[in-house]
Design a protein around this ligand. Structure first.
Ligand code: F6P
Length: 319
C-alpha cells in the first residue's frame, strides 16, 4: 500500500477528528500518501478528494464534528454508486481506504472491499451499536453529556419532588441509556433490548416516593419509545406527572473526552498498520483493552449483545 484515503460517514461523533488525525499522521509517518474524502461516500462518488499533510489535521484532536464533513449517501447504496466509488479510487492510484463511521458506513466499506478496494472500518458513532468492539468512538463523550444533563435535571427535580423522563439517542441500541442510567443513578432504564412493564414502573415510582425518595429519573432510549409516551403511561399508571427532556443532538457535539481521543488515536494508527500489512475488509475494534480486527462482513451481519448484567445492577442499585 502506497497511497490511502480516509472518509467519515453517517452521523458524526466526537472523536472522529482525533481518529482522522491519527490516520493521517500515522500514514505520513510511514511514508504513505493520504487523501481526505469530503462528505463521506457522496464525496467519493463525486471525486471530491484532496491530499492531506501534517498540518491538515493540526488543532483538531479536541474538536467535535468532523473536518471532512459527513453525509448519509443514498446513491452509494446502489451497485452503480459503489462501482463509481471504487473506480474513483483506482483512477487516482489509491490502494486503501479507511472508513470512520457506524453500521451504514461499514456496509459501504464491505461493498468496496468486495470490489477489490482494501478497506478498514473504524467504529465512529455515539450509539455503541457496532459488534466486535466493546466501545465505539464518541460513545464515552455522549454518555458523559447525558450524565451531566441528568445531574442538572436531578437538582431541580429534587427541589420540587418531581419525576422526570429523559429521552436519549442510540438508534436501535440501548447502550447510551444503560451506561448513562447506571452512572447517574436513574431509577428506571428503558431500552429496546429488554421488554418493560409500564404498570410495574409506575408502581415502583409511586412506592419509592412513598418511601421518601425526593426525585425519580427515568431514562428512555429512543429505540424503545418516545419520552412523551413514557410520561403519559406513568401518569396513567400512578398519577405522577413527569417532566420530559429530549436531549437530541446535544449528545453528538462538543469536545471529545480523553477516553474517546485515546481510543480514536489508537484505532486510527492501528487501521493504517493493518492496511500496510496487506489486510483488507476488516473492522477495527477494542476488546478488553486489546485492539482487534474482525471481518467487516461478519460485523455487518451480527448484532451487538446487550449487557444484561449491567442492566440488572442498575436496577438493583436504584431503589
Ligand atoms: O447514529 C447516531 C445518531 O445520533 C442516532 O443516535 C440517532 O438515532 C440518529 O443518529 C439521528 O440522526 P440524524 O442526525 O440524521 O437526525
Amino acid at each position: 500500500v502506497k497511497s490511502i484515503a480516509v472518509l467519515t460517514s453517517g452521523g458524526d461523533s466526537q472523536g472522529m477528528n482525533a481518529a482522522l488525525r491519527a490516520v493521517v499522521r500515522s500514514a505520513l509517518y510511514n511514508g504513505l500518501d493520504v487523501y481526505g474524502v469530503q462528505r463521506g461516500y457522496q464525496g467519493l462518488i463525486n471525486d471530491d478528494l484532496f491530499k492531506m499533510d501534517l498540518r491538515s489535521v493540526g488543532d483538531i484532536i479536541q474538536r467535535g464534528g468532523t473536518i471532512l464533513q459527513t453525509a448519509r449517501c443514498k446513491e452509494f447504496m446502489t451497485p452503480e454508486g459503489q462501482q463509481r466509488g471504487a473506480d474513483v479510487l483506482r483512477a487516482r492510484g489509491i490502494d486503501g481506504l479507511v472508513v470512520i463511521g457506524g453500521d451504514g458506513s461499514y456496509q459501504g466499506a464491505n461493498k468496496l472491499s468486495k470490489l477489490g478496494i482494501k478497506t478498514m472500518g473504524l467504529p465512529g458513532t455515539i450509539d455503541n451499536d457496532i459488534p466486535f468492539t466493546d466501545f465505539t468512538i464518541g460513545f464515552d463523550t455522549a454518555v458523559s453529556i447525558v450524565v451531566d444533563a441528568i445531574n442538572k435535571i436531578r437538582d431541580t427535580m429534587s427541589s420540587h419532588e418531581r419525576s422526570s423522563v429523559v429521552e436519549v439517542m442510540g438508534r436501535h441500541c440501548g447502550d447510551i441509556a444503560l451506561y448513562a442510567g447506571l452512572a447517574s443513578g436513574a431509577e428506571t432504564i428503558i431500552v429496546p433490548e429488554v421488554p418493560i412493564d409500564m404498570a410495574e414502573v409506575s408502581e415502583r415510582m409511586e412506592s419509592n416516593f412513598a418511601k421518601g425518595k425526593r426525585h425519580s429519573i427515568v431514562v428512555v432510549a429512543e429505540g424503545a419509545g418516545r419520552g412523551e409516551d413514557v410520561a403519559r403511561e406513568i401518569t396513567k399508571g400512578c398519577g405522577l406527572e413527569p417532566r420530559v427532556t429530549v436531549l437530541g443532538h446535544i449528545q453528538r457535539g462538543g469536545t471529545p473526552t480523553a477516553i474517546d481521543r485515546i481510543l480514536a488515536s489508537r484505532l486510527g494508527d492501528f487501521a493504517v498498520h493493518q492496511l500496510m500489512a496487506g489486510e483488507s475488509g476488516k473492522a477495527c475494534g477494542i476488546i478488553r483493552g486489546e485492539l482487534v480486527t474482525t471481518d467487516i462482513d461478519t460485523v455487518v451481519h451480527s448484532k451487538k449483545p446487550f449487557n444484561m448484567e449491567m442492566y440488572n445492577l442498575a436496577l438493583r442499585l436504584s431503589q
